[in-house]
Design a protein around this ligand. Structure first.
Ligand SMILES: [Zn+2]
Length: 353
């Protein structure tokens, strides 16, 4: 089965989802598609029964276009399986399914329902899935996120919150040669603003603020009346994110003839290393030790849907998926030998909760 699933191609994503749904049903899942018009349908699958639930969370959309399999074919080499989307994060879904299948096959009664939510728009910010993710998380005692692990298999106990702002400057246009004094250049003003924005960055506190795009001006002899910049922002705590947000909202023009406005904000709140996160990590460490390996932890600047669930205060452990490397890169691969250990880890964790 070769089913590519770039976020932007609903037809391809739904074809992949149909196959996934039939495999979930085959291992005993009660599958409910969550239909979407602009993105692929998300899939919810429930196993067992009980008043409370544990949520396994991930996504089956990828960043790779249809046809990428022709350029980076599925290939097994030196214990690694290469392919687009395998590490981020189709192997994570396989790990979750293997874990649940193993738990069901032991015949031991489950203390609570297991709910899987596999979404289709994580790679573009989860606009059409965030509501469903938060609803399921609120009903869950814990959320296990099957996103890729950190190098060597470490799980992610903190993720920065991330977002972007668009800064729009309006000025006054004028002929640059005949009457420049009548103009107020939006580009000059934006240049000042960019320096102020850059000063918000505080890497020692883990706050990154980077202007990643800027544009303005129409012709070589016209003072531009509009300019824009896009700014990528990351912050490790909700407080730091709020401070960055407030700074953007209060940008003031240097030149009073111009106006400066900021749109946007943090799309994903930070996943903070809270006591709830640490408790879940410690539980996972105990399971890993029983299985004969050490489970390390780490932080990342990238966001995932685990950011949403952790911000609700629901214990969340992220990066429980595959061991490998090269997410969003041509060398994307997983370590095949690690799959069974990761599935055992997830199964043990679900059983222990
Ligand atoms: Zn991912």
């Amino acid at each position: 089965m070769r089913l590519e699933s770039p976020t932007t191609e609903k037809g391809a994503v739904d074809a992949c989802g149909a196959e996934l749904a039939s495999r979930l049903a085959a291992i005993g899942g009660r599958v409910t598609p969550l239909p979407r018009t602009s993105r692929g349908d998300h899939l919810l699958a429930e196993f067992g029964c009980g008043a409370s639930q544990v949520l396994l969370l991930g996504h089956f959309d990828t960043v790779w276009p249809v046809g990428q399999l022709g350029r980076m074919p599925l290939a097994r080499e030196d214990g690694r399986l290469h392919g687009p989307g395998i590490f981020d994060m189709k192997a994570g879904i396989a790990i979750g399914m293997l874990a649940v299948r193993a738990l069901l096959e032991t015949g031991a009664p489950l203390a609570r329902r297991i709910v899987m939510l596999w979404t289709t728009d994580e790679e573009v910010g989860s606009e059409t899935s965030r509501g469903a993710i938060e609803d399921e998380a609120r009903r869950s005692d814990a959320v296990l996120v099957l996103e890729p692990s950190l190098p060597g298999g470490a799980v992610k106990t903190s993720r920065k919150g991330c977002g972007s702002f668009e800064v729009i400057v309006k000025g006054v246009s004028a002929h640059a040669g005949i009457e420049p004094q009548k103009g107020a250049s939006a580009l000059h003003e934006l240049a000042h603003q960019i320096l102020r924005i850059n000063a918000l960055q505080d890497l020692s506190r883990g706050v990154s603020v980077n202007v990643v795009q800027a544009s303005g001006g129409l012709r070589s002899n016209v003072i531009p009346d509009e300019a824009r910049a896009i700014v990528d922002v990351r912050a490790p705590t909700a407080d730091a994110a709020a401070a960055v947000d407030a700074a953007f909202r209060s940008l003031q023009p240097m030149d009073a003839r111009t106006t400066v406005t900021a749109k946007g904000g943090f799309d994903r709140p930070p996943l903070e290393r809270s006591p709830a996160v640490v408790r879940l990590y410690n539980e996972a460490c105990r399971v890993a030790r029983e299985l004969g390996f050490d489970l390390r932890e780490g932080a990342t600047g990238g966001g995932s849907d685990g950011n949403f669930t952790a911000a609700l205060g629901v214990p969340t452990l992220d990066g429980l998926g595959a061991v490998g490397d090269g997410a969003h890169a041509l060398h994307e691969h997983i370590e095949v030998a690690s799959l069974a250990d990761r599935a055992a880890l997830v199964a043990g964790l679900v059983a222990r909760l």
